[in-house]
Design a protein around this ligand. Structure first.
Ligand SMILES: [Zn+2]
Length: 250
């Protein structure tokens, strides 16, 4: 019983420390228990892990394109100071991903659907938005809080299965899939960022049409569950006037 109380106290302390962050552009409230200063380290570790498991591409022209387009978008983001890194991986799946602190991976297969720089900017904007909005840290925070709840419950009931579940929850890392809400938010923020960086936001709609035409039910991101293409395009159309105003203002 005493231990349960101690656990609950620890959870309360963590919740107390948890700042209520606010996502950029959308103003959505976020529960994030990690300080922003920790994002860079978390992201770097995951990036090194992924680099050791995947094959980096050797295509200087494509590498330069993702660095140029990604770099321009990162430069107009609220954190041009982060150690942004854009890596091209040799993989036919049209995929990309972002890690906390500004590490972004792009597969060579993405160029089957991202045919112009505006279309590529839609992907880079989306990934930069995930990092800036701290979606990885937000996901890990909910994982940790769930785990604390399970640990408290497990000790209270002396239930080893529950303790085991808690341990499994602890392994949830930065590579967890984004939630649908985060995906939609990254689409929205990304659309504004690409426009602000001088890319035509209508490229985002064309990208999703190309994805659809490629027969792709392929997810854009590793392990990701995504809104359907049609749904996604409808939301992008809603935000388009705002993004076009930004684009025409550049
Ligand atoms: Zn995403």
């Amino acid at each position: 019983m005493r231990r349960t109380l101690r656990n609950m106290a620890a959870a309360t302390v963590m919740l107390g420390l948890a700042g209520c962050a606010t996502a950029p552009e959308t103003g959505r409230s976020q529960l994030i228990i990690f300080p922003e200063s920790q994002d860079a380290q978390m992201g770097l570790e995951a990036y090194q892990q992924i680099k050791s498991e995947m094959k980096e591409a050797n295509d200087p022209a494509l590498e330069r394109r993702i660095e140029t387009v990604g770099g321009r978008i990162a430069a107009i983001s609220p954190h041009p100071d982060w150690q942004w890194e854009f890596t091209l991986f040799q993989d036919d799946t049209p995929n990309a991903f972002a890690l906390p602190g500004g590490k972004v991976g792009v597969n060579t297969g993405l160029f089957k659907v991202a045919k112009t720089d505006d279309q590529l900017a839609a992907v880079m904007g989306h990934e930069v938005a995930h990092a800036i909005a701290r979606h990885g840290a937000e996901r890990m925070s909910s994982g940790m809080l769930t785990q604390l709840g399970l640990v408290g419950l497990g000790i209270a009931t002396q239930d080893q299965t529950t303790v085991g579940l808690a341990a499994a929850a602890a392994t949830l890392g930065v590579t967890l899939p984004h939630s649908r809400e985060q995906e939609s938010e990254a689409d929205h923020i990304g659309l504004l960022y690409m426009a602000r960086a001088g890319y035509d936001p209508r490229g985002a709609i064309q990208l999703w049409k190309n994805m659809e035409a490629a027969g792709g039910d392929q997810p854009l991101e590793f392990l990701s569950t995504h809104p359907s293409h049609g749904n996604r395009i409808a939301r992008l159309e809603e935000w388009m006037p705002e993004a076009l105003a930004e684009y025409r203002g550049t």
